[in-house]
Ligand binder design. Structure first.
Ligand SMILES: Nc1ncnc2c1ncn2[C@@H]1O[C@H](COP(=O)(O)OP(=O)(O)O)[C@@H](O)[C@H]1O
Ligand SMILES: [Mg+2]
Length: 360
């Protein structure tokens, strides 16, 4: 497929805020957008086309794929059967391999480790016996994580001693899991890398990410990495992307253990999509992560990821959004609200990016 001309239709699986911001970016380039989601969501307000259907309804997915020119997605738990049904009709970008690798933490960790990149020690856990074996191998502190469907720190249990084994299994409802050794990191970062159909790549500056209750709270740019580490981090993300023959924006989450550590950069996980830790690119860069994702999936060249401002992105979670009248009046701040009506606890309602001139 050559580059899609403006006027073509981008199909997006998923109707949340990421789909919304992708749709806005797509429309800026003259594309139409058709969302497929199992429920009406924030993306529906800004897309000309939307279909509500089950993600497991391959017939409905195929019928929807007929109406679009390329298919992408805004969440990594798109069923592989849905991706295959769409791929039989139109190109799916990023491809299903990226989904498959990202959907299961065990597959994901093995894939990353096989690329020669550092990961936390890990072992599969299916029951109490395998957890005991894993604990003998890895020790404590450790984290037990469900293999599938975990997000924002959900589906995880921390083990301080071996005595926590039973309660940890209860916490994750005895789902298939992996045990990971606890990494003593200095901070968390994420690499936002866009890769075009021809394999060319561009990377955004690397933010420092903080979490509260397992949910991303802030992303700060510039982040903490000195230049040689930045190169290593970008190289690691490029290897992940090229091994997947990836097209689109990929996010690789890493722990940074400091320059003097034996393993300064430890890859935690990757998301085959645009990411909350890249929202600052909307306001601090010439071209944001959403547009570069759309450019890549449409077969266009990646645009410059150059940053023109320093920035701190703060998520507005739950009732935080009720401060909008104050936030709306802040100078040098860009407010983004996702159009969700109910400000439930833990729900991402919007974000604000505070800009400052680049400190020299
Ligand atoms: N092996 C680990 N060592 C130390 N902290 C970890 C480890 N794994 C996860 N965490 C912490 O838990 C958070 C959520 O875990 P993560 O693997 O990123 O799952 P999620 O899919 O929920 O984002 C991470 O951002 C990090 O703060
Ligand atoms: Mg994570």
């Amino acid at each position: 497929m050559s580059a899609l001309p403006p006027g073509s239709t981008i199909g997006i699986l998923g109707g949340g805020q990421l789909g919304r911001m992708l749709a806005i970016a797509a429309s800026r380039l003259g594309f139409q957008v058709h969302i497929y989601s199992d429920t009406s969501g924030p993306a529906f307000d800004v897309a000309a086309g939307h279909t509500v259907g089950d993600y497991n309804d391959t017939g409905a997915i195929a019928a929807w794929a007929e109406k679009v020119d390329v298919v992408t997605y805004e969440f990594e738990n798109v069923p592989l059967t849905a991706a295959a049904a769409a791929a039989a009709i139109k190109p799916v970008r990023p491809n299903a391999r990226a989904l498959e690798a990202a959907q299961d933490r065990l597959t994901e960790k093995r894939f990353i480790a096989d690329l020669g990149l550092a990961v936390a020690p890990f072992a599969p856990v299916d029951d109490y016996e395998s957890l005991e074996t894993a604990l003998n191998e890895i020790g404590t502190p450790a984290i037990l994580k469900t293999r599938r469907l975990g997000y924002d720190g959900k589906g995880q249990a921390r083990l301080t001693t071996d005595d926590d084994a039973k309660s940890a299994l209860d916490t994750i409802a005895h789902a298939p899991a992996i045990l990971e050794g606890y990494v003593e990191f200095e901070c968390e970062i994420s690499i936002l890398l866009a890769r075009a159909v021809d394999g060319s790549t561009a990377c955004y500056d690397i933010p420092l990410n903080t979490h509260v209750n397992g949910i991303l709270a802030t992303s700060t740019i510039p982040g903490p990495l000195p230049d040689p580490m930045t190169e290593k981090a970008i190289d690691a993300a490029s290897r992940v992307a090229s091994a997947l023959d990836y097209v689109g924006l990929i996010t690789v989450e890493m722990f940074y253990a400091g320059e003097n550590s034996d393993q300064p950069l430890i890859v935690n996980e990757f998301a085959p999509r645009v990411h909350n830790s890249g929202h600052w690119t909307l306001d601090a860069c010439a071209v944001c992560q959403f547009e570069n994702h759309i450019r890549a999936v449409a077969g266009w060249p990646i645009a410059a990821t150059t940053r023109h401002s320093d920035a701190v992105m703060t998520n507005l979670i739950g009732a935080d959004v009720n401060d909008w009248p104050t936030l709306a009046g802040e100078p040098n701040a860009c407010l983004h609200l996702y159009g969700k009506n109910e400000a439930r606890a833990g729900r991402k309602m919007g974000h604000i990016t505070r800009l400052a001139p680049i400190a020299s």
